[in-house]
Design a protein around this ligand. Structure first.
Ligand code: NI
Length: 204
């Protein structure tokens, strides 16, 4: 069930009221206030605007307790890079037949668009799954700063010995970004090579 397993490490716990045979309890500490059914999962508490939550305020409702919403947010980023689609194991004729203009030995470039999607529950304090400005900075620092205005065929770390099709590029991107985004969940990458062609990957 989404939301189960949320751990309250800091704070206190006191009963608010009974819900059936179980008590609705109130957790506090470190500025985060959560309510939950005793023995169940915790949910963000509702406080009137302008003041902190107090036990008498109650929670967001029993309905919330069984259905913490999971949402997906996406950041779009652009970069430019060159490549030559080429398989050195094949003859020149075979490479030309398979890849056509994309096999041009003098390279060619693309204006790539990368969409990075993160899935999770909204943070109880910010309401964000992830701050998209923070996600943009992370993707630039960890990945695009090492790719933008480079040549995938010759000077991009992680692509050595790999034919730089969009499929192979997005797999390399996933290997870089998935651990960098943890503990949040990278749920999908979509890479547009042209306005008409894209590839997407969800880690499976
Ligand atoms: Ni190309």
């Amino acid at each position: 069930m989404p939301g189960e397993g949320l751990i309250i490490r800091q704070g206190f716990k006191k009963p608010l009221r009974s819900v059936g045979s179980r008590r609705l309890v109130h957790f506090g500490g470190r500025g985060v206030v959560l309510c939950g059914l005793e023995g169940g999962m915790a949910v963000p508490a509702v406080a009137p605007p302008g003041r902190r939550h107090r036990p008498g305020d109650g929670g967001t409702g029993v309905g919330y307790l069984t259905s913490m919403p999971r949402l997906t947010v996406t950041r779009r980023l652009t970069f430019n890079a060159a490549h030559r689609v080429h398989n050195p194991a094949l003859s020149d004729e075979e490479n030309t037949r398979l890849f056509g203009k994309c096999n041009n030995p003098n390279w060619h470039g693309h204006n790539y668009v990368l969409e990075v999607s993160v899935t999770g529950e909204p943070d109880p304090v910010t309401g964000y799954v992830i701050d998209l400005a923070h996600l943009k900075q992370l993707v630039e620092r960890e990945l695009l700063d090492h790719v933008d205005h480079r040549n995938f065929s010759v000077d991009v770390p992680g692509m050595a010995g790999t034919n730089p099709t969009s499929e192979n590029i997005i797999l390399m991107f996933w290997r870089v970004l998935e651990p960098a985004i943890r503990p949040r969940t990278l749920s999908r990458l979509r890479l547009w090579e042209t306005e008409n062609n894209y590839v997407e990957y969800d880690g499976r």
